[in-house]
Ligand binder design. Structure first.
Ligand SMILES: C[S@@+](CC[C@H](N)C(=O)[O-])C[C@H]1O[C@@H](n2cnc3c(N)ncnc32)[C@H](O)[C@@H]1O
Length: 479
């Protein structure tokens, strides 16, 4: 059975449970249609509504093409998010995580009960439904509360309010049928955009592609890069030491609360993201430019290893974040705000180009990417990477090293870039990477001597602690 979603009062001809929200349908005060009671005072907002309202704004922002990190960084929603108490902030984060990570399953579940697609011009309607369905399908939240709060949120948005009946009807149907729906769904196929699945199958084979997609469905744990003594930090924080020296913690959420944050003993960085700096070898006393540096994970590595680092980024706002991060860590770098496709600020022993990319290797950490990315982004970013590499070559002294890396799984943003350098006879030679210098991690070194990590790599006994972000890295020497 499907719900009429024309926005007509009462949801049209739908059957039982498809009518408009009724006062007795949810928590006290949830279904008053936003009308103040006699005496002019509004009823108290239902418990937990603010966390859901923030989650709706975040998901709606992502649906409009914004990046989740950017939405959480500045602006009205970020401020609202910060004002939540820590428990509600955790709840909002978890809801958004499920709504984005499982967006395909949610769309499929909801679509089963709609007579036609939801309109695009109904304000936050789609986000309200996604956020509510995420709770019903995947979270330990009472279904009736998720439905009631969803209807309340739709009612609070003028453009979505005419669809309150649809929200109520669809969410109830999803709740009633959730066991069947989940049993029938191919979660991997639904949550991974088909164009990405096709690309990954072509590059890595169908089984590996499914494995990558399966890893993307799981919220990853936290990796820390420590300034020193990884074993000591692993013991102190209850984590495990990974082969590269990262400390992996079985937690997610607010990092400021973790021991050692204030003293600046560590920073958050996926283990795979540390590898490009390792490829530079001994950087102590070397003049190194980190060309796309913010928020500074790799700059911090270079500075901690004693390099004379210039950290450059085109974004002033992101560079400010890098500055704050270095300050907390007690590390130093020369900061430059500039466009690296144009900047020429000297000659360096080493250039690290951790280029902007589609970031399809980090969907498990940034599930908004699976919602917002388009095939055309690959070509656009690959073109920018080409210009950045060409400029990076001009900054290198003869014999100097360039490490080019991206957190993309796409060929155009990895090996194809190096192939092009050979074709144009760029004055660079590949210096192949060996597993020995990468802590014996053979599975991440390609036959061509590049680094290729996948979310499905680093399988550990404890499945929750497994996985790596997908990175490509190549090392080249200036002739
Ligand atoms: C993948 S992130 C870098 C992550 C960083 N290397 C780290 O380890 O924390 C890419 C960065 O490139 C910057 N960027 C994009 N285009 C740029 C350009 N033309 N010149 C310099 N930086 C640029 C972005 O602002 C962003 O901070």
């Amino acid at each position: 059975m499907t719900a009429d979603n024309s926005g007509r009062k009462g949801g049209g001809k739908a059957g039982k449970g498809f009518g408009p929200a009724r006062p007795h349908d949810g928590p006290k005060g949830a279904f008053k249609g936003g009308r103040p009671p006699q005496g002019g005072r509004r009823p108290p907002r239902p418990q937990g509504i603010e966390a859901r309202a923030v989650a709706v704004d975040l998901v709606a922002g992502v649906q409009k093409g914004r990046l989740l990190d950017a939405l959480l960084d500045t602006g009205a929603t970020a401020e609202r998010y910060q004002r939540l108490d820590p428990r509600d902030r955790g709840l909002a984060r978890a809801i958004v995580g499920y709504a984005l990570r499982r967006h395909g399953q949610i769309d499929d579940a909801v679509g089963r009960f709609l007579t036609r697609p939801l309109p695009d011009d109904a304000g936050t309607l789609k986000a309200v439904i996604a956020v509510s369905a995420a709770q019903i399908l995947f979270m330990d939240v009472a279904d009736h509360a998720a439905v009631a709060l969803g209807v309340e949120l739709a009612g609070g948005d003028k453009a979505a309010a005419p669809f309150k009946g649809v929200v109520n009807a669809v969410l109830r149907r999803v709740s009633e049928n959730k066991a069947t729906i989940l049993a029938e769904q191919d979660a991997i196929a639904l949550n991974t955009p088909a164009w990405l699945m096709e690309r990954w199958s072509a590059s890595f084979g169908a089984d590996v592609a499914r494995d990558i997609a399966a890893m993307n469905a799981i919220e990853p744990t936290l990796d820390l890069t420590v300034k020193s003594d990884p074993d000591g930090w692993a013991a102190r924080l209850g984590g495990i030491r990974l082969p590269n020296g990262s400390v992996r913690l079985p937690v997610t959420g607010a990092v400021e609360k973790i021991d050692g944050y204030e003293e600046g003993g560590w920073w958050v960085q996926d283990a795979a993201a540390t590898l490009p700096v390792h490829l530079l070898g001994d950087v102590k006393g070397k003049k190194v430019v980190d060309l796309c540096a913010a928020p500074g994970g790799k700059t911090a590595q270079l500075a901690a290893l004693g390099a004379d680092v210039t950290a450059l980024d085109v974004s002033f706002h992101r560079l400010q974040r890098l500055e704050r991060n270095l300050y907390r860590l007690g590390l130093k770098a020369n900061l430059v705000k500039a466009d690296a496709t144009e900047w020429l600020g000297g000659t360096f022993d080493m250039v690290l180009l951790d280029a902007p990319c589609t970031a399809t290797g980090t969907l498990r950490r940034h599930p908004d990417g699976a919602v917002g990315k388009k095939p055309a982004d690959v070509a656009t970013l690959a073109a920018l990477q080409r210009r950045l590499i060409d400029q990076a070559i001009r900054m290198l002294r003869p014999g100097g090293l360039l490490v080019f890396s991206t957190c993309s799984l796409e060929q155009e943003e990895g090996p194809d870039q190096i192939r092009r350098l050979r074709l144009i006879e760029a004055p660079l030679d590949v210096v192949p990477v060996t597993a020995d210098e990468l802590f014996g991690m053979q599975e991440i070194v390609t036959p061509d001597g590049f680094v290729r990590t996948l979310p499905s790599h680093l399988k550990l006994e404890d499945a929750r602690l497994s996985g790596l972000d997908g990175f490509f890295a190549a090392r080249l020497r200036r002739q």
